[in-house]
Design a protein around this ligand. Sequence first.
Ligand SMILES: [Zn+2]
Length: 165
Amino acid sequence: MESLNAQIVPSTVFFADAMLGRLARWLRMLGYDTAYEKDISDESLISRVVTEHRWLLTRDRYLAQRKVLRDHHTLIVSDHLQNQLRQLQSELRLDLDLSDKTASRCAACNSILKSIPHEKATSTVPAYVASLHRQFVQCSNCGRIYWPGTHWTHMLARLQELRTS
Ligand SMILES: [Zn+2]
């Protein structure tokens, strides 16, 4: 069945509501620009969605019914991350493939990640991490450093499951 959302979604720039923090972090790691604020009033949220041309991801049925958000949201039906990703994959045709690229946005603050030289990472990350990994990326905003460690491996496995199930 063809979803209506699949035809009208303007872009893959998202705003995840307060109940979707975990989904927001995953979307960022997948490279999708995803705004998220834990404490935000409905009015501020709506204003940001509209002015920043973001696609709202929400668990809130009442919020989704607001006229101004009509055709600008996906009502997420499940509380479980796996199902939430599956819903976006089928309705918005989101590409959940992380295997051929490094994460491009910071899971914590949504800013762009840039590759950094190994020498630069070694002064910050634990020694065993520096010795195990060659590839590091750093957030241009908050300075967090990421590497393809256990978190990414775990993510890849979960995404692989999603694609094949
Ligand atoms: Zn950051």
